[in-house]
Structure formats: structure tokens, C-alpha cells
Design a protein around this ligand. Sequence first.
Ligand code: AMP
Length: 307
Amino acid sequence: MAVAHRLFRLFSPFTPAKNNLSSFLIRSLSSSSSSSTHGPSLDPEIDLKEAAAELEKSSSPSSSPSPSKGRNFHWVFLGCPGVGKGTYASRLSTLLGVPHIATGDLVREELSSSGLLSSQLKELVNHGKLVPDEFIISLLSKRLEAGKEKGESGYILDGFPRTVTQAEILEGVINVDLVINLKLKEEALLAKCLGRKICSECGANYNVACIDIKGGDGDGDGDDRMYMPPLLPPPKCESKLITRADDTEEVVKERLRVYNKMTQPVEEFYRKRGKLLEFELPGGIPQSWPKLLRALHLEDDKQSAIA
Ligand code: AMP
């Protein structure tokens, strides 16, 4: 893991968590009104100030760090719905030994419980809207707190932050080392979301879409063709496949619209801070994974990665 160690130093992972509570609360409170495009908080019990304070508590270093539980990376994956954040974040999490925390998964777990809050949330999620900042921050804090108790000291975030308010609050409590912004041609994004299937038993993700986008540079040499073969399930999962309720054409288009409006400014937020690594996916996993490892200077580690 020599290269991983180099990268580890390069992105200053030992930088301590920030403790400037008052300044981030002031910032978060002053910006909260501008971020609320999704209406008032669903749960009057949760307010942004409280959620941010919880996040700070859960982000401070564990008093009993366990060196065996991975390293202190704080990485973030950004990118449109369907781009493959979950796929690449989960592979890097295995490679680097840090947990992959997807806020979409936390939301879906919450939705599986019954109650008024869950049905209100379902309404938002199933229509492609974001859930309120205060709610997602509170969910994330709980997940980080549970991880801290297990000795986790770093993470790869997927799906968070999705608004500038979320990014400001996160920046106030932790030094994000690196933000990987995955990009893919827009026509491939829709096809990938529509082809996504999940095994209801083991939770594995598959994709039945076969994406073949001819290039448009006109020289006919095919070097700009994008081919992504389907990722088909093994026989044991075949009969248990389900489609996410928010993977319908209408909802995916809304999610893309919401991404462009609410999350694209987050790219700029990190670009200005010199933390954004832009990564254009050249195709499916076989082409993209080795290229991503090279971009991250992790190619020496690839033998330990899943093929
Ligand atoms: P994902 O699996 O990342 O596509 O997330 C599924 C849904 O969960 C999103 O469409 C949102 O409704 C909700 N969600 C996940 N993460 C966030 C976040 N950081 N902020 C607000 N809503 C979120």
C-alpha cells in the first residue's frame, strides 16, 4: 500500500477536525433560508443549528481510535444521479479500508420504517426532491457517531453534501481532503438510472442497460465511442431484482434538474478551495476503474482491489 501512504500524506488526512463551532453555525444559519427550496423542515424537532452541532460532535476524533479500522481519509464523491458514485466509492472504500457512507442509503433505511415522517420523506424522495438539510445532517451525524464508537476515523461520503449549506456545515467541522467529481455524458446517465436493478435480498446493484454511444468527432476511428456493457446479476439474484421508486424516467429527469440547480454550486464551492478532482468516466468499470486509480495515484494498490 505504498502509494496509498503517499496519497495519505498528499491530502493531509491527519489534519484535525475544526472546532470553530460559532463561525460555522453563524454561516449555516444565515444561509439556511436561501437553501430551503424544499419547504420547511419536515420534523419540527430537528433544526439546522441542532443538526450541525450534532454533526460536529460526531465528527470529532474518537477518544479511542482503532488503527486497524482503516485510515483517516475524508473524501467526498460528487456527480449526477446515475454517474456511478456508489460503485466507485464502494470500490475505493474496500481498497483504502475506510467506510463508504451513502446518504441515499441512510434515507432509504429511514423510509423502510413506518410513521408520519417516513411517509413525508417518501413523498419527497419518490418525486426526485432533496430532503431538508437539517434532516440529512441529523441522519449523517447518527451514522458517524455509530462509526466513531466502532473506531472509524475516516470515510468516503457519497451523496453528501448536495447543497452549499451542507458543504459549509461539513467544511466547518472537518477538513475534507479530496472531492472526486465524476462526470458522464448526459445521455448515458438517464439510461443507467433506468437500467439499474437492486437485489432485494443481498442489496447488490446491477444494470441491465447496454449503453453504446457513438462519438461525434466525425473522424470515424471510434476513439470517442462510449460502450458500457450491462452488469447482469448472478442466477441467485435474478428472481429478486427490484427497481428503485425514484428510477423512473420522469423522476430521474427531476433528479437531474435538482442536481444542476442545487448541487452544481457545490462543485464550485470545492473548486474554489482547490479540493475538486474532475474525473470524466471513459466508459464502464473495466476502462474507468484503472484510470481512476491512476488519477488518484493508487495504481500500485490495484492488485488488492476487486476486479
Ligand atoms: P441517492 O441514492 O444518493 O440518489 O439519494 C436518494 C435520495 O435521498 C435523493 O434523491 C434525496 O431525496 C435523498 N438524499 C440523499 N442524500 C441527500 C442529501 N445530501 N441531501 C438531501 N437529500 C438527500
